[in-house]
Write a protein that binds this ligand. Structure first.
Ligand code: FCB
Length: 462
């Protein structure tokens, strides 16, 4: 009965990280401060008072890390470039040492036969730009396009796959409405404005990069989740429509249909921010892309709570939706409290395929935090993560069987790292990092992933 669940030839097997979460060397190599350096220093913002100052010390250990990746058999590695390492002030001359680091990293990957995938912005805005308004200011979009062009010009000969922004929803709404991410602003209207400016930044960068070289493939990484009403009633259905609107469609529609969704404009009416979007902005945002990176972690189940205030409640990333309840289920959870639901992944991928067709898709993040502890033999038995990854890869396989053009999967994350407001307590790596010694130990899930990669799929029938 055993059988195998095999993925198509050419399927990309990868792992992902981001600069601030692993590099460390925050004040070395000419790097300037980012909004995360500032935010992490504010008491109470990050659990344990942790910062990314040293992180997994990848800046100094990248060669060891690429060798580790080669040992796992990874076909691709997605990393982000730290804008303040390349442009310490966020504008003006580039720091050659910064670009050099990423050149050396890309070369080391290529020597091992691993494809480098670059994300240009994973939340570490140069502090100097925040001082001039950050994403609340339209100017930042232009600065991003200049920065993107500089990195692209320097690395396009080595890197064939590029994404502009990682999860603009988080940057906009966790950073400017909930205030639980840098820069820690708590103002819904600013968050909506930031969302638009992030999309404009993506559009302008895409245009600038294409003008330099039309060869490499360009895309964006969105965090997307299915939103399910808690009941069959019309009020819950409407709550689901609204959350889907401000979370998924607010980004998908302008990128792939050229306009903001009309119902979301109505829902957000009064907050402003999107009204300034002229035809030029929308045309830039909708510039054709070669791929969409999908970051999937969970499903949302929502119910209407008309007795709660829509606006003006406690700070929350869910702007103009204070009257929506996020309903917990009895599904198992990760250590971060995120419910585990692989079926949300194939549901999401099928939806993207049907509603936003002709887009090659990649799962560019998927993974789980568990409290991993090395055992007496020095092994890290993380069965729960193996079950998580196995379940989600099976969901990805179902999506492909259902006709979705899904071309790859990147596990989040290669290494245990600085998990933003959670600090180092939440371990997402398939490789354990002992932070005091920086020793790396592949967890059982890393060995399991290596076997999956070698086999081209999973043990056991679909
Ligand atoms: C995503 C982020 C990534 C990591 C995972 C757990 O939202 O892109 O940096 O924090 O969540």
């Amino acid at each position: 009965m055993t059988g195998e669940t095999l993925f198509p030839a050419g399927f990309v097997w990868g792992a992902a990280t981001s600069a601030y979460q692993i590099e460390g060397a925050a004040a070395q190599g000419g790097r300037g401060p980012s909004i995360w350096d500032t935010f992490a220093r504010v008491p109470g913002r990050v659990a344990g008072g942790h910062t990314g100052e040293v992180a997994a010390d990848h800046y100094h250990r990248y060669r060891q890390d690429t060798a580790l990746m080669a040992d796992l058999g990874l076909g691709a590695y997605r990393f982000s470039v730290a804008w303040p390492r390349v442009q310490p002030e966020g504008r003006g001359p580039v720091n050659p040492q910064g670009l050099d680091f990423y050149r050396r990293l890309a070369d080391s990957l290529l020597e091992h036969g691993i494809e480098p995938w670059v994300t240009l912005y994973h939340w570490d805005l140069p502090q100097a730009l925040q001082d001039r308004g950050g994403w609340a200011s339209r100017e930042t979009a232009g600065r991003f396009a200049d920065y993107a062009a500089a990195v692209y010009g320097a690395l396009r000969d080595r890197v064939a796959n590029w994404t502009t922004l990682n999860e603009p929803w988080c940057a906009a709404f966790l950073g400017h409405a909930a205030g639980i991410h840098a820069p820690g602003v708590q103002d819904p209207a600013t968050a909506v404005r930031a969302a638009h400016h992030l999309l404009v930044a993506h559009g302008q960068a895409t245009r600038a990069m294409r003008a330099i070289d039309a060869g490499p493939r360009l895309g964006i990484n969105l965090n997307l989740d299915p939103v399910t009403p808690a009941s069959d009633g019309p009020a819950d259905a409407d709550a689901a429509r609204r959350i889907d609107g401000v979370y998924n469609r607010l980004f998908l529609d302008p990128l792939f249909r050229g306009s903001y969704p009309a119902d979301v404009l109505v829902d957000l009416g009064g907050l402003g921010g999107l009204e300034e979007a002229g035809d030029d902005d929308l045309a830039a945002i909708a510039a054709p892309l070669d791929l969409l990176g999908v970051n999937y972690y969970r499903r949302w189940v929502v119910a209407a709570r008309p007795e709660w205030p829509r606006l003006g409640g406690p700070p929350s990333p869910w702007v103009a939706a204070g009257d929506v309840e996020f309903v917990a289920s009895d599904r198992p959870r990760t250590d971060l409290g995120w419910e585990i639901d692989p079926s949300g992944l194939d549901e999401l991928l099928l939806r993207l395929h049907t509603e936003y067709p002709s887009l090659p898709l990649y799962v560019t993040e998927n993974g789980a935090a568990f409290d991993d502890v090395p055992d007496a033999q020095g092994l890290v038995p993380d069965q729960a993560r193996i079950r998580f990854l196995d379940g989600h890869l099976r969901a990805a396989h179902r999506a492909i069987q259902g006709g979705v053009d899904l071309r790859g999967y990147f596990v989040w994350s290669l290494l245990d790292n600085f998990e933003w407001a959670e600090g180092y307590a939440m371990r997402f790596g398939i490789v354990y990092v002992d932070f005091p010694t920086q020793r790396r130990t592949p967890k059982d899930s890393a060995r399991w992933y290596r076997e999956a990669i070698a086999r081209g799929g999973l043990n056991g029938s679909p």
